[in-house]
Ligand binder design. Structure first.
Ligand code: NAD
Length: 260
């Protein structure tokens, strides 16, 4: 139980990758906070973790709202006694060519991915510093933190930006025991990706099968999707890694799509 007695908050954990990260860390002994825009689904995940013997609470949080983020972190600290691990994971995808990309969509993407990462970090590290115990901040990046793909201007920009935020936090937090790293998955078959397959097929004028085979998995070593478990295992490893030896890094979990 490498995360025994730790408190871990995961944003966007009512679904997909975030949900599995929370489930994995709960299995490793952490008390987990399912923080999501969708409170009903977050509560279902928390209840299920508790039914399986873990400790979990659900918290409503829109990561783009400073007020909501501050309130969610304050609720976490008051109900669970502190916060040791933050996984900034909430995210959406909007695909379009730059010339057709609505400015409102661009701003929405940057707000969820970058404002969300900044606001949750700012709120959580205050408690990590004050406790004297430090902590671990993990950002959900992507292969798109390192590579570009057409149709994804805002996503690629935001995911590259997370590397910068993690590196600054690694420097500021290091002396106070706060580590910051980015996990960079390849394509994982979550609702976020299922939605993109028909959209990309339409935009690129190819079949859905061609999107999967020739766009999403073309550069992998084995033609396989990354799984939520692959990503969650990496997150749990970073959450439990106690020294500054691993900070300011990005770990790519992508079946060899991108090799650094
Ligand atoms: P998902 O759609 O399954 O889950 C995303 C969750 O985020 C949902 O529960 C949603 O309610 C929540 N959310 C959305 N906006 C929010 C907001 N403003 N505040 C709080 N919660 C909000 O998606 P996923 O595939 O699990 O993606 C999770 C993260 O992983 C994202 O940051 C995504 O960019 C990243 N990622 C996904 C893949 C992939 O292939 N699926 C690959 C690399 C990185």
């Amino acid at each position: 139980m490498s995360l025994k007695d730790k408190v871990a908050l995961v944003t966007g954990s009512a679904s997909g990758i975030g949900e599995q990260c929370a489930r994995k860390m709960a299995a490793e002994g952490a008390a987990v906070v399912i923080a999501d825009l969708n409170l009903a689904n977050a509560q279902k995940v928390a209840d299920d973790i508790e039914r399986n013997g873990g400790k979990a609470i659900a918290v409503a949080m829109d990561v783009t709202s400073e007020e909501a983020v501050e309130a969610g972190i304050a609720e976490t600290v008051s109900r669970l006694g502190g916060i040791d691990v933050l996984v900034s994971n909430a995210g959406i995808q909007i695909v379009n060519r730059i010339e057709d990309y609505a400015f409102s969509d661009w701003k929405k993407m940057l707000a969820i991915h970058l404002d969300g990462a900044f606001l949750t970090t700012k709120a959580a590290i205050k408690h990590m510093y004050a406790s004297g115990k430090g902590g671990s901040v993990i950002y959900m990046g992507s292969v798109h933190s390192h590579e570009a793909s057409q149709l994804k201007s805002a996503y690629v920009t935001a995911k590259h930006g997370l590397l910068g935020l993690a590196r600054v936090l690694a420097k500021e937090g290091g002396p106070r025991g706060v580590r910051a790293n980015v996990v960079c998955p390849g394509f994982v078959r979550t609702p976020l990706v299922e939605k993109q397959i028909p959209e990309q097929a339409k935009e690129l004028g190819i079949t859905e099968e061609q999107v999967v085979r020739n766009v999403m998995l073309k550069e992998t070593v084995d033609g396989e999707f990354t799984t939520v478990a692959d990503v969650a295992d990496t997150v749990a490893f970073l959450a439990g890694f106690e020294s500054n030896a691993l900070t300011g890094q990005s770990i790519v979990v992508s079946h060899g799509w991108f090799m650094q």
